[in-house]
Design a protein around this ligand. Structure first.
Ligand code: ADP
Ligand code: MG
Length: 567
């Protein structure tokens, strides 16, 4: 009861900060249940974890708003509404450290499953963090009471009850998400790997912004007529745009004409975007993986032999390891690791690729004998990848005409407008034949059986190491940092936190016999049912601010763990 909380807080008012521990527990407030799962130990420690819960019958959300895939979207919008309400309250720090601050981990431009709000057949629950107020290390009881008995009940009242919310806005949010999922599911049967809706705004405000370029500055996307397709969605009716077919697609055009911008949008098309983002109808298959060069990364026993063999000093490339990869070996490993986890579409940009990995032209072939050149360039494998493995590629190439020969479709960007130049490219290939020799004909094999050793996790000191995420790009595993800055489809710090906990969770399946792929599959079976099993906190409590992450990004982290050991 609220009275109990009042009593405890007046008792600990003015005492040392540690006394806040006494408020942990469950209270019935007038608009919701309040669960104080964890009270922080000092004003600078990570904020206290609390939950606000309303029984679903009382909250009154109609079932159709959270059925099936819509659940993720309704949870997402509620978190956004709470964030908006908190922003509106404009809370100022009320004392030392994070005193008086209230936080919810709402989404950005993407709608991804996250733990900030949970809706079940029984309740709707918001997971927040609160900075318990103090002056120095002295508890400020009045300020704490204001948060618990005034602000939080108000948040619950305004955001957790259907009748308080704009039904049209909720409907719109969940229907957009549902149609985006629908379209993505449709791609395969239409023979497509990606779709870009007409009218899309692909460029961002700046290189480090995820927000759209203002509409008046942007050239809106328009499909070339012969690549145009219309898909009828349940809620938005027919959506028209460019379909990118399975196979090998080239995006070409002059420098600064928008090639990388299109590819970047396709990379992000594995996620669904909010209304107004400009990329609402940019939809890519789930299993699309961005591939780039990443020199300096470690590689642990990856078979890169289909791209690289005959290394100097007979270094084995069927099981290639290094602490410090080159541009080309890292790019080869990134591909093989993505294939190992089931990637169906590879996305490559010349801007972030190793040149010698991508091409080796006729003159270089003449100058350097094949047995002196360890690299079989991607151009000689890209068709095989599709024909033998069913793996499509979309490549940004502005600088090598040799690629015209291996492409099924060639798209050209000219002043941000898209043209289909496939026929023209075919003609050029006939008129100006290339003398280059195709370098490899042997089968392309993907090894999905790398067995992980338990010792990978020992951190060299025979005890369980601590994990933590730092921003988007770093996971600390004990003393080793995993650098994820080149993992470009990792976009939310909550995903990085999820990866940190997944790296701990997955250990239960590591038995020196299972392969990396098997272990990751098992983990995803578990989290498909209940994402929160990976939480480091007791079951049923505030699970921390976690965001769903694909097996590719988890695999990327594991593969970059410098203590990883493969049998
Ligand atoms: P490329 O890869 O062809 O060299 P980029 O994709 O890097 O070109 O784009 C160059 C610049 O043009 C970037 O600043 C980008 O934001 C901008 N840009 C790209 N597409 C559009 C567009 N459709 N409308 C307006 N500006 C765009
Ligand atoms: Mg570019």
């Amino acid at each position: 009861k609220a009275e109990d909380l009042k009593r405890i807080i007046s008792r600990i008012d003015g005492r040392g900060y540690k006394a806040y521990k006494e408020i942990e527990g469950e209270y019935e407030l007038n608009t919701c249940y309040l669960y104080i799962d964890h009270a922080q130990a000092d004003p600078f420690a990570p904020m206290s974890r609390i939950r606000l819960r309303v029984p679903i019958a009382k909250a009154g959300f109609p079932k159709h708003l959270y059925q099936g895939v819509k659940l993720t979207a309704l949870e997402d919008i509620i978190a956004r509404l709470i964030k908006k309400e908190l922003d509106r309250l404009n809370l100022k720090p009320a004392g030392t450290g994070n005193s008086g601050l209230i936080f919810i981990d709402a989404g950005g431009q993407e709608v991804i499953k996250r733990t900030a709000v949970k809706i079940t057949s029984e309740f709707i629950e918001a997971r927040l963090s609160v900075g318990l107020p103090a002056s120095g290390r002295t508890i400020k009881g009045q300020a704490a009471l204001h948060i618990f008995l005034h602000i939080l009940p108000l948040i619950a009242e305004k955001c957790l009850y259907y009748k308080e919310l704009d039904p049209h806005m909720l409907e719109e949010h969940v229907n957009l998400f549902a149609d985006q999922e629908y379209l993505r599911e449709k791609l395969d049967e239409l023979g497509l790997v990606a779709f870009v809706g007409n009218g899309a705004i692909l460029p961002r405000r700046s290189g480090n912004s995820n927000l759209p370029l203002p509409a008046r500055e942007a050239v809106k996307f328009k499909s070339p007529p012969d690549l145009q397709i219309t898909i009828t969605t349940p809620h938005h009716g027919p959506i028209t745009g460019m379909g990118i077919r399975k196979g090998v697609t080239l995006i070409t055009g002059g420098g600064f004409h928008g090639k990388s911008t299109l590819l970047k949008a396709l990379e992000r098309g594995v996620y669904n975007h909010i209304k107004g983002d400009g990329r609402e109808w940019v939809i890519t298959v789930r299993d699309a993986v961005k591939i780039r060069a990443e020199d300096g990364r470690n590689i642990e026993k990856v078979d890169i032999s289909c791209f690289i063999d005959n290394l100097p000093f007979q270094k084995d490339t069927k099981s290639f390891s290094t602490e410090n990869a080159s541009g080309s070996t890292s790019q080869a490993a990134n591909i093989m690791e993505a294939l190992e986890l089931g990637a169906r579409l590879l996305l490559l940009d010349e801007d972030t690729s190793a040149t010698n990995f991508m091409i080796r032209d006729e003159r270089m072939q003449r100058l350097i004998a094949k047995d002196k050149e360890p690299i079989t360039p991607f151009i000689d494998r890209v068709r095989q990848l599709y024909e033998e493995q069913g793996v499509s590629s979309i490549l940004v190439i502005g600088g090598s005409g040799d690629y015209l020969e291996v492409a099924d479709t060639v798209i050209m960007l000219d002043s941000y407008q898209v043209y289909n130049v496939t026929d023209k490219a075919r003609k050029i290939v006939q008129e100006v034949p290339s003398q280059r020799i195709i370098e490899k004909r042997n089968r392309l094999e993907v090894n999905a059986f790398r067995i992980i050793k338990k010792a990978s996790w020992s951190d060299g000191r025979h005890k369980k190491a601590k994990v933590a995420a730092k921003g988007i790009d770093t996971v600390l595993y004990g003393k080793t940092a995993i650098d994820l800055s080149a993992v470009e489809q990792l976009i939310d710090p909550g995903q990085t936190r999820a990866i940190a906990h997944l790296l701990v969770y997955m250990q239960r399946y590591v038995d020196d016999r299972r392969s990396l792929r098997e272990i990751i599959d098992k983990v995803y079976e578990d989290i498909a049912d209940n994402f929160e099993v990976i939480s480091p906190f007791p079951a049923g409590q505030h699970p921390g601010d976690l965001v769903w992450v694909r097996p590719y990004e988890l695999g990327a982290a594991l593969n970059r763990l410098r203590t990883l050991q493969i049998k």
